[in-house]
Design a protein around this ligand. Structure first.
Ligand code: HEM
Length: 468
């Protein structure tokens, strides 16, 4: 199973294949010009190419400035380990992201810090481990059915369909039997919150949320919809001992190493918002690019579909099927290598720290570009090619650590990793069983947009046909 892709970004050819030593106070980088304004345009419009060009032209450690802020790009696995494993306490999530997203993420994991984050992280992990496999399998079956109904129409914008599907999966896990009525209003509200946050972040909007203007009115309505549904559901679950969905598990979550157990409804609501937003775009983007890559590689698509027919047949897919879906799993892994949904791990320096021999000052921004590391010819043969078989067990053993990190690295890596991975594999298997697909007429390579997650800038149209 292999195939070639030619137009996925600039090629990375490097002079130095070893860990570079720091030379000088700051790493090399592009000229900043006036206040570094030229970098703002590149970061906003073609961040993936910009990051790849910087790595190609300056190496593993790159430095540049925007106004007073110094930005570092590190793309060697040793440096990933220094930043995300050894010195995690020296870094925070960036303040700008907090300014525009903490309004509804509130105290949840994504933007929380310090000992409170640590304690909540253990509780959320514990709650997720309590989710029974039949509940998750039922959610996948219901949502795949929903998207399959759309695919029967023939031509489909997969990006829109899979975003709604991924959101539905997580609402089902969180709210159980109450989910069907909540999915659509919450999905609409989540889109408004996400799009407003991105637009305001990109324009550095200074306006407060109480301002009575249409965009702020829409945002307040969306936040209220989210809050009302989740807080109300959490309050009802405080006394409903017979419910066993994820929201209930969050309310009663504990850990032997913790002195405190459980969460208030407000904190369970905050964590629920973070789980919904954390899983929405990531799972959606993975499924979007997986279906796109399979449309470009019909032989791989057929081989994966054969596996589903052979191993599962017509019975409902369930979580226990994952070990049997070896080829589908590799397709998902290879998709996340070529198109890591979270394309860069970004942090702000919270206290002075030395990385790769450079002394980083408080307030500096640090980016680890996953698209660069995932296509680095030092770790990957044919880095721009779609070759799912590279994820065979034997080849994985030869790969150094931290060269494949679609779920991040270290203690702040994805708390929904198992669930997200399982959702992607099972949904893709469900689609492969029912349909074969191709690019719709006139559909070329998608132009990409990077906000929190990478996704196609325009609708990505595929033509679905039912398998006989
Ligand atoms: C293909 C699917 C997914 C991918 C590729 C992905 C990727 C990531 C990455 C890279 C991070 C770390 C970000 C950083 O270090 O800055 C992260 C964190 C997180 N993810 Fe995911 N994710 C996926 C699915 C999910 C799902 C399904 C959920 C929830 C059910 C989820 C919830 C979260 C949360 C809450 C965090 C923050 C964890 C913390 O800071 O303690 N993700 N994810």
């Amino acid at each position: 199973m292999s195939g070639t892709i030619t137009s996925l970004g600039p090629s990375l050819r490097r002079a130095a294949p070893t860990v570079p030593l720091a030379q000088g106070k700051y790493p090399p980088g592009p000229p900043n010009g006036l206040f570094g304004w030229r970098h703002v345009g590149r970061l906003r419009n073609d961040l993936l190419e910009f990051a790849a060009e910087l790595a190609r032209d300056y190496g593993d450690c790159v430095g540049y400035r925007i106004g007073p802020i110094r930005i570092y790009q590190f793309s060697h696995p040793e440096q990933v380990s220094e930043i995300h494993v050894k010195h995690t306490d020296a870094f925070h999530k960036p303040q700008t992201v907090k300014t525009y997203f903490k309004r509804w993420m509130r105290t949840g994991l994504l933007l929380n810090e310090g000992s409170d984050w640590q304690q909540q992280r253990r509780k959320v992990r514990f709650a997720m481990q309590q989710m029974t496999t039949d509940k998750l399998s039922a959610a996948v079956a219901a949502e795949t059915e929903h998207v399959s109904a759309g695919c029967r129409a023939g031509e489909v914008d997969v990006a829109a369909a899979t975003d709604r599907l991924a959101f539905g999966l997580n609402v089902r896990a969180l709210l159980g039997i109450e989910a069907p009525a909540a999915i659509d209003p919450m999905h609409r509200a989540a889109n408004v919150m996400h799009e407003t946050g991105i637009a305001e972040l990109e324009s550095w909007s200074p306006w407060p949320d109480w301002l009575p203007i249409p965009s702020k009115n829409r945002l307040r309505r969306a936040m209220r919809t989210f809050d009302d549904i989740l807080l109300d559901a959490a309050r009802r679950r405080e006394t409903a001992a017979n419910t066993d969905d994820l929201l209930r598990q969050l309310l009663v979550a504990h850990d032997r190493s913790l002195r405190t157990a459980g969460m208030t409804p407000a904190r369970a609501r905050d964590e629920a918002v973070n789980l919904l937003m954390g899983g929405k775009e990531t799972v959606g983007a993975t499924l979007t690019f997986a279906t796109y890559l399979l449309a470009l590689h019909p032989a791989i698509q057929e081989s994966a579909a054969d596996e589903v027919a052979r191993e599962i047949g017509a019975r409902p897919l369930e979580l226990g099927d994952l070990p049997r879906l070896v080829e589908v799993t590799r397709v998902v892994q290879e998709t996340m290598r070529l198109y890591p949904p979270v394309y860069a791990l970004t942090r702000q320096v919270a206290r002075p720290v030395t990385i790769a021999g450079y002394r980083l000052r408080r307030g500096s921004l640090v980016m680890v570009p996953l698209n660069v590391i995932h296509r680095d010819p030092r770790w990957w043969n044919g880095p721009h090619e779609f070759r799912p078989e590279r994820f065979r067990d034997a080849s994985e053993k030869h790969r150094p650590p931290y060269v494949y990190l679609p779920f991040g690295a270290g203690p702040r890596s994805c708390v929904g990793k198992q669930m997200g991975h399982a959702q992607c594999v099972l949904v893709l298997a469900g689609l492969l069983r029912q349909f074969r697909w191709d690019l719709a007429s006139g559909q070329g390579a998608p132009r990409l947009k990077c906000d929190i997650v990478v996704h196609p800038r325009d609708p990505l149209r595929l033509q679905f046909a039912r398998r006989a």
